[in-house]
Design a protein. Structure first.
Lengths: 397, 384, 397, 384
């Protein structure tokens, strides 16, 4: 049992930190929700170092994994500094292509992903199929050499700057609902595809754009079908385990907590100093223990990741992280009295950033599986309790 | 004992509800947020005046309706349901009441009918740069100079300061860092030396920093006695706080209703999400809290109307209503899933107000300290 | 809207208080769990005043209800002072007999109950049928003039001093499970009935005895069938509404809270006075608001009770009361530092009573429907959400 | 970084687990609660000695195993799983460590082998009549008189004081109400002037009030330096606290396991109750907390073993483990329904211990204050 990083791990972490120090500009920083040219450029620089394809074979543009935890260390450092992390392109799309797609498709797309050429949108959700992806209705009708699609998707978060869609569509309406979905790669320029913007709440300039995507007799060549027809639901479920691991890092929450402590140490309201108030001291202390637990659960997940997919640990990380994020944003605002509600201006301790964090804290509790879903995963996979949600366990293909 | 509304109250509630349904749509609220300079609607204010609402608590001899705080609570809860932006709270509850309680006969005769007629709007200039809400923290100085007062200092979170005609200012005239030595002054918003700066908030309402730089106000601006401002203000402030609780409770009930309706209708995994035990638990917990907050608020109003010492009840009502509205806006939004966080989604109007309501007019910690003073330091323990 | 008690209500409350002042002895006080001769005697004295049969017709030994809230005021005052309250005998048994039993049975049993002659046990639960009363298995086989019973029941709380059992048994094993249960009145001395004691956790002398009850070819005369055969489940469900109302009173919690505040005001640990600690002051203050909410929800329930059965309000009262009771016992112990864990002795602030309260606080959360069940009732009956537990809504008979 | 147990640790865990399964049944625990004068079993203590456990942290040169705190945590977690009553914590962790750290060569050579052999049992006489755990609150006086010390005062919550041979006493020799001026003394349990009184607890264990009335102890009883008792004690106390966390975490895991098994098997309304979303949520939440507490405990042990400043980690581990064990015992009991509160039900052995563990060795508020000192007053803020 060794909680210390190895010399090799420390050396790599230093390399990442040095890269961030050199390449990180204010334009790169910001919410993970917003993609900008500066952020794309930053990721491309990482790609040139081989950091996107770590662990994938070289013939597909990959590079050897220096050691098991490299990808995690990379993401944790990126997350801590507010840089874009290695996310769905590698975690969901490249992993699935690598495991199930044809050799041709691997050769076409994997090198592109690992070079960060062309952005991707995950185009799954529909108005009546959010958490319940098995209920997708948007049809892809098999026309022989191509599939034809008419319908819509919503909450598609990168659609307004993507080149490709990683898209789930219903290919067999008569099969049991989980057995009639397929995955396709769809060129964003395909005729018949159009967008309408939506946006999250937030201050002007900090909101996150997402999209509705409409299809009108859009044609997808059969060659763009990923893996086997009607196996899409299982591909999505398997990828969730990878993705959940890829998107988690507790580092940014620790950083935010540290910022609050720093503010707290120096806060002075016309002579009244919160630091002298035993009540808020204990509130911050309690939160410190809960934040520390988050780093511990993260440690569990990454240690397990050296041996197997840490699905349960990732679910814990997700549930704890979202819960703490919420509690923590509440606490931060409470500490500030009425100033917590400010959305900017000189009296707003973090220029309104904390208020934004509070507003979106609930989103983190429900997004990407959500706290309740994560707990159900823990209950079923770790504790062996019977299925409650009506969701299928990951079935055999 | 009976908690049913009286016929008059039920009628008032129905009229208010219908008016709000008609005039205070989500579109209206969004327009006030974004396009209105004032942050409220003068036309609507005139309609309030026509219906007599602006004088709901003003004695009949000054053209008001002379109704009780409990009646006012019934009305303002409907405004809260529709998160209606207006200077009603500080004009028709706080200012009207404090003038009626401590104003001179001349002030009453002049100012109260103006309020009833919708001719004058008041803003409340109290909070300064402090995490708390205590009178001890007020530093804005009013210096007597001949027959005048000269004001220097800053007030924060002055709602509708730009649209108001008069500022109800709590100023320090005596001992520093004390409950004593405060004085209430009615200051013309257009006095020389007053400048305002918008303080942006999550609810996109109109809160201002108001800076006073050698602002001269006449002696007639004095409301009540010199150095006795807190004694004059506190009872009326309690009424305003209870009215505010009713407003936020109304908002909470409405949001809870939207979430409940969504839970009944939204189907996932082949059944309404409202069938899930966790969703049922969230909604049941919140409705209990809302009923509790609502009853506590009405009970406090009842005690105040009876002239009883109600400081502890007010504090409990405020602390609990504040936590409730924060909790209800957050958890209800989560029931909508990702949609609950989209700008296009109307319930986000409520979400953006929840935490701010919770922190307004003294945060929970301030009111908890008041509760502690009442139950630990003041009330004798009676074991029956 | 009038929160004040009427002169009539105040006068009756004074009468009850005077009665308690006169009749209450230390032997009468104590947990509602423990029945003793002194407590039985106390209840008999109330019976003599006509307080048990209030609202029932005089021909059955009842007396006119002075005003709608009389029964509630009575119970609240009893509860506040730690006296036995008017409970299941009236709320469940007499109410059900009055509504569904034969005239003969009414004449036989109601006057007896209202005079407090002979104690009763509610003999429902079985090892595999706790909350889920529809799953009762213990059979009563119809032998014509009598029913024969072999089997067992457990958690039967008054069985060791009762004269009668109010017993639910399965009379039709082939019908849908809610349609094959009947209610019987069973004499405790019936041959074939035997007991085995169980007890709750607690200090010596404060535990609550309950029982397993065994039946070996026990015969129940047909005349002791209550109402119609196979309607028992519906009778039990309807009675739950009455019972839930009858057993709730927030008064005792308020009293316990007041005791803690009193302790807190005077507590002194070698010069360290909790009263000077802003942290615990706020903790007590927060609890004060939550306790006050309890009295408000109780007010709602009793005001509604003037017009109709306050099933939803009673569920709120139950859920809030049990939750607050738990939070409150935790807080009380936390306030006392390590002394909170003491089960008696000179350093135990309430002689161990608070520790007992803490230990049984969870029981209140799960007993008599439980917090989660109460929330489900609120969700379904008030909010119109669909059935989740698989429990049937109260169906039409 | 790797959190897998080493082979040696895994072996130790397996041996301990098997031993406990065999010797520390529920019947055994109940017997210790009710029928044993000591509250623990001397036979079992001898077996601990034979297996070398009593010297797990004692250096090899004094007959011990010289293992790390992390190893000890692995062992004691198994004892905790079975809520095994024994003076292990204060004898083999606290006393052994403090003697090894600050004892004179003679004391080490004499006392440590005794501990290893199971010949001497220690009890920890520290807490006095205070809600807190701070050294400032210690008042028991030790007055130097020639070559002796004379002790007067009272200690509370001295576990196994009646079965112990030696009391490790923290006494005031210098400045009052201060961290300084404390001195550690090893006091023969049978000294004249010592009397004990049982303090009944929810867990029916053996805590005592120990009164000292002119108790004379020889100069050789001094452990470490005069007036430097807190500096001597605190590092070892941190180790004992971490070991205690491991014990309570073990108990929490075990209880959680029983509740999980029950949820899988108990059928109501035609299906296992573990299928209900709320039950799943409770169990999932608790296992997260348990893993978190366990990892924090092990991480703290690791930091201590490395000789790093770990006060903040220890405080976090204690505060969080304490709240976790309280929460887990309560909520797990609720999953059993009414049965969870019946004397006959073995899980009530755990329920009765939950809150008491939570409050032991300094309540959560005490440790939260320590965390605050570390993160607010001590640690510089590093933003990377």
């Amino acid at each position: 049992m060794d909680f210390d990083w190895s010399p090799e791990e420390i050396a790599f972490r230093e390399e990442v930190r040095e890269f961030i120090r050199t390449e990180m500009t204010d334009a790169v920083k910001g919410s993970i929700f917003i993609d900008t040219p500066a952020r794309v450029e930053f990721v491309t620089k990482m790609a040139r170092r081989g950091w996107l394809g770590m662990g994938f074979p070289e013939q597909y543009g990959g590079s050897p994994n220096p050691f098991p935890l490299a990808q995690f260390i990379l993401n944790a450092e990126l997350d801590r500094s507010g840089a874009p992390i290695i996310g769905k392109n590698v975690g969901t799309i490249a992993s699935t292509i690598y495991h199930v797609a044809s050799e041709e498709m691997k050769m076409e797309f994997l090198p592109m992903i690992f070079r960060n050429e062309g952005q991707w949108a995950i185009t799954y959700t529909e108005p009546n199929a959010g958490t319940d992806l098995g209920s997708l209705q948007c049809r892809a009708i098999d026309m022989g050499d191509h599939f034809e699609v008419t319908g819509m998707k919503h909450y598609i978060t990168s659609a307004h700057f993507c080149r490709w869609h990683w898209m789930a569509l219903r290919t067999d309406p008569d099969a049991p609902k989980h057995k009639g979905i397929s995955i396709f790669i769809v060129d964003h320029d395909t005729p018949g595809l159009s967008l309408s913007p939506m946006s999250t709440i937030g201050r002007e300039g900090t909101t996150h754009r997402t999209n509705q995507v409409f299809f009108d007799k859009m044609k997808i060549p059969r060659s763009r079908l990923v893996g086997e027809v009607n196996k899409g639901f299982y591909y999505m479920m398997e990828a969730l385990d990878y993705e959940r691991f890829a998107i988690l890092s507790f580092a940014s929450r620790v950083r935010r907590y540290t910022k609050i402590v720093n503010w707290y140490k120096n806060a002075d309201f016309n002579g009244e100093r919160p630091i002298n108030d035993p009540y808020t001291r204990r509130a911050l202390a309690r939160m410190a223990a809960r934040v520390e637990v988050g780093t511990m659960l993260e440690r569990m997940a990454i240690c397990k990741a050296q041996y197997e997919v840490p699905a349960v640990e990732a679910a814990m990380n997700k549930a704890w992280g979202a819960t703490i994020g919420d509690e923590f944003a509440q606490l931060a605002l409470d500490l500030m009295g009425p100033f917590g509600g400010l959305w900017g201006g000189e009296h707003s301790p973090f220029g309104g950033g904390l208020a934004d964090e509070h507003l979106m804290a609930g989103h983190a509790r429900v997004a990407a599986g959500g706290v309740d879903t994560s707990k159900a995963i823990i209950a079923r996979r770790l504790l062996g309790l019977p299925n409650a949600l009506g969701k299928p366990e990951l079935p055999q293909r | 004992m009976d908690i049913k509304l009286t016929d008059d109250q039920a009628q008032l509630q129905e009229i208010a509800s219908k008016f709000m349904d008609k005039h205070c749509s989500f579109d209206f609220v969004r327009k006030m947020e974004k396009e209105s300079d004032l942050g409220f609607c003068r036309d609507m204010w005139r309609q309030f005046a026509e219906m007599g609402w602006l004088g709901i608590m003003v004695p009949e001899k000054h053209d008001g309706m002379g109704m009780s705080l409990l009646d006012t609570v019934v009305l303002i809860r409907e405004l809260g349901r529709h998160i209606c932006p207006s200077p009603f709270l500080f004009t028709s509850v706080l200012a009207a009441d404090v003038i009626a309680q401590v104003g001179s006969p001349e002030q009453q005769a002049e100012l109260l009918p103006q309020i009833v007629a919708g001719e004058k709007i008041y803003a409340f200039a109290y909070q300064e740069y402090s995490r708390f809400f205590r009178p001890e923290h007020i530093k804005l100085e009013a210096k007597k100079s001949g027959d005048k007062y000269v004001l220097n200092g800053s007030k924060l979170f002055v709602e509708f300061a730009d649209g108001a005609d008069t500022l109800l200012v709590a100023a320090r005239t005596g001992e520093a860092n004390s409950q004593d030595g405060l004085t209430l002054l009615l200051v013309d918003r257009n006095s020389a030396g007053i400048s305002t700066k918008h303080m942006p908030t999550m609810s996109r309402d109109r809160h201002y920093q108001v800076d006073f730089s050698n602002v001269e106000v006449p002696g007639s601006a004095l409301l009540g006695e010199l150095d006795k401002g807190w004694e004059a203000l506190e009872p009326s402030l309690h009424k305003a706080v209870i009215a505010f609780c009713a407003y936020t409770n109304g908002a909470g009930f409405e949001m809870h209703g939207y979430a409940t309706q969504y839970a009944r209708e939204r189907v996932q995994f082949g059944r309404p999400i409202g069938q899930m035990q966790t969703i049922q638990g969230y909604l049941a917990q919140m409705i209990m809290e809302l009923y509790g907050a609502d009853m506590l608020t009405m009970f406090s109003a009842f005690q105040i109307d009876k002239g009883r010492h109600a400081r502890g009840y007010v504090a409990k009502a405020k602390a609990f209503s504040a936590d409730t509205v924060g909790h209800v806006m957050d958890v209800s939004s989560q029931i909508f899933g990702g949609m609950g966080y989209m700008e296009e989604q109307d319930t986000t109007l409520y979400l953006r107000r929840g935490k701010q309501y919770q922190l307004a007019l003294g945060g929970t910690e301030y009111w908890e300290d008041v509760i502690a003073e009442e139950i630990i330091d003041r009330e004798p323990v009676v074991l029956t």
